[in-house]
Design a protein around this ligand. Sequence first.
Ligand code: AHG
Ligand code: MN
Ligand code: MN
Length: 336
Amino acid sequence: MAGMPPTLSQFIRARQQDYPDAVGEFSQVMSAIALGGKLISREINLAGLVGATGYTGRTNIQGEEVAKLDEWSNDLLVDLLGETGCVCVMGSEEVEGPIVPPESASNGRYAVLFDPVDGSSNIDIAAPVGTIFSIQRRATESGVGNLDDLLQPGRSQAAAGYILYGSSTMFVYTTGQGVHAFTLDPTMGEFHLTTEELRFPEKSNVYSTNEGNSGTWLEPDLKWVNWIKQNDPDTGRPYSARYIGALVADFHRILLKGGIFAYPGNTGRPDGKLRLLYECSPMAFIAEQAGGAATNGTKRILDIEPTGLHQRTPYYIGTAREVELIGRFHEGRGPG
Ligand code: AHG
Ligand code: MN
Ligand code: MN
């Protein structure tokens, strides 16, 4: 199409040489997620009009209230991915154990993990939310997949991405060959390429964290947050604070504008709040591919060997310089 940037599916087809062993199946998985994103985007845009706001009255495995849109989006992604026949098992924030597609369709080569709606408490106030996904090659040989396919370290992801439902709907993903961003044209129902090879900017003195929790933070995080708030223009301090309360939206801003997002552990919850497999690992893959970093304070997120589907981890993600700085505090070395 002359003058039009490629659509997501055209772009994936054009990049088939990046994954020669599994072209067709991979594109089908990505198409299912993209279609899910368009349907979720529409539902969110209409929210109050179609009764998509509010809560179901149930709590999930995390003990958190389930928003109506959490449940609707979870069921949608399970159906769309399941019917591709390319997925052997799925893991979702909203479901306790592995989810297997109908038996006839469960011999696919991929395992997919997702957070159907990230930041779901933002829906009722028309603020940004997102969807996060992680695609792993199956670890088991064949047939129906199981937990072994889901409990793989982040470094082995075949692809990861997120959809941001903000003032625009954006689809951002990586297969380990850079990070690419697409914008939804809702009149066409298509995602079009808007940035190829997205990289973090150099500028970085912005921090994004729920500092209201700092009364229960541990010493390294307290020292860090006090340091970045001191007035020292030569080192870019004080930093500016920005916090939307949806990881996808907070991370997207940092990817484009620079800075760091932190969700530390605390005295009550040493592993913090965010979940390794369907929140932290996929975003970490994107961050590294964009020239940034993600750790739990001392260790690379992508190297953590998972032990549970819903395990949590302290989380620091952003420009390499900022993630290195917080690491210095965790190693007791100070800002240096
Ligand atoms: P979810 O809606 O999928 O449960 O995730 C919400 C997460 C994350 O997106 C956000 O960064 C964090 O929770 C906000 O938590 P606080 O309200 O504790 O700041
Ligand atoms: Mn989430
Ligand atoms: Mn969620």
